[in-house]
Ligand binder design. Structure first.
Ligand code: SAH
Length: 216
């Protein structure tokens, strides 16, 4: 959002110009972005824009996030490979696929069944075996599988949903876009030795989160 928009004709160009050149240096994150083809998660009529610098419509009024935003949130999760991660808002499954390459196990919740089904088909096609998906209200978290080392929401909430804070492991990191419908900030909640630290690190615009602690 802070940068001029570019178009990219290849995955490599997308990663180099939209992500690496904008300061995301974590080699594991860059490698995951190069290994997961964003085009596989983009609807057929938008393939020409699959590597472009903006969100894209995926149907049901929802979007696949801008590549830079996916990269930034993933980098801020500081994944080493051993973590159990909860994702709220499966959407296209693109962010899920990136997380699956960088963490041990990914639990992902989507409230629109049609999107969840499509995302799981795309994830199965790329051979992601460490993803558990569920249809439901992600603002309630996934109590049966908690606690989670990392929690990532990819829809905007009025505030960090309390169940997500409760289901965060110690140590743990949660990232949630927080703010009104029009514009939000990425909020990072870090839990360590029983203490929570909350920081805001980037303005952003996400689709509204629904559900108990969402907007509706
Ligand atoms: N990470 C996705 C972004 C999808 S947009 C991607 O890369 O494609 C956000 C998604 O959150 C939408 O699919 C929307 O349906 C979903 N969503 C909104 N509120 C939700 C809730 N309470 N629980 C689960 N999913 C939710």
């Amino acid at each position: 959002m802070r940068h001029g928009r570019t178009t990219s004709s290849s995955l490599e160009d997308m990663v180099n110009r939209q992500v690496a050149d904008r300061g995301i240096a974590d080699p594991r994150v860059l490698a995951a972005l190069r290994e997961v083809d964003r085009a596989a998660f983009v609807p057929s009529d938008l393939q020409a824009e699959a590597y472009d610098d903006h969100p894209l419509e995926i149907g049901c009024g929802q979007t696949i996030s801008q590549p830079y935003m996916v990269a930034l949130m993933t980098a801020e999760l500081e994944l080493a490979g051993t973590e159990r991660v909860l994702e709220i808002g499966t959407g296209s499954g693109y962010q899920t696929a990136i997380l699956a390459r960088l963490a041990r196990q990914v639990y992902t919740i989507e409230c629109v069944a049609e999107l969840s089904e499509r995302a799981m088909a795309a994830l199965a096609a790329m051979g992601a075996a460490n993803v558990c998906a569920r249809v439901g209200d992600g603002t309630l978290g996934w109590p049966d599988a908690a606690p989670f080392d990392r929690i990532l929401a990819t829809a905007a909430a009025p505030d960090v949903p309390p169940p997500l804070v409760e289901q965060l492991a110690d140590p743990g990191i949660a990232i949630v876009p927080v703010g009104p419908r029009s514009i939000q900030n990425l909020v990072k909640v870090t839990k360590e030795h029983g203490q929570f630290v909350r920081t805001e690190f980037c303005p952003c615009v996400f689709v509204a989160m629904r559900g108990r602690y969402g907007f509706e």
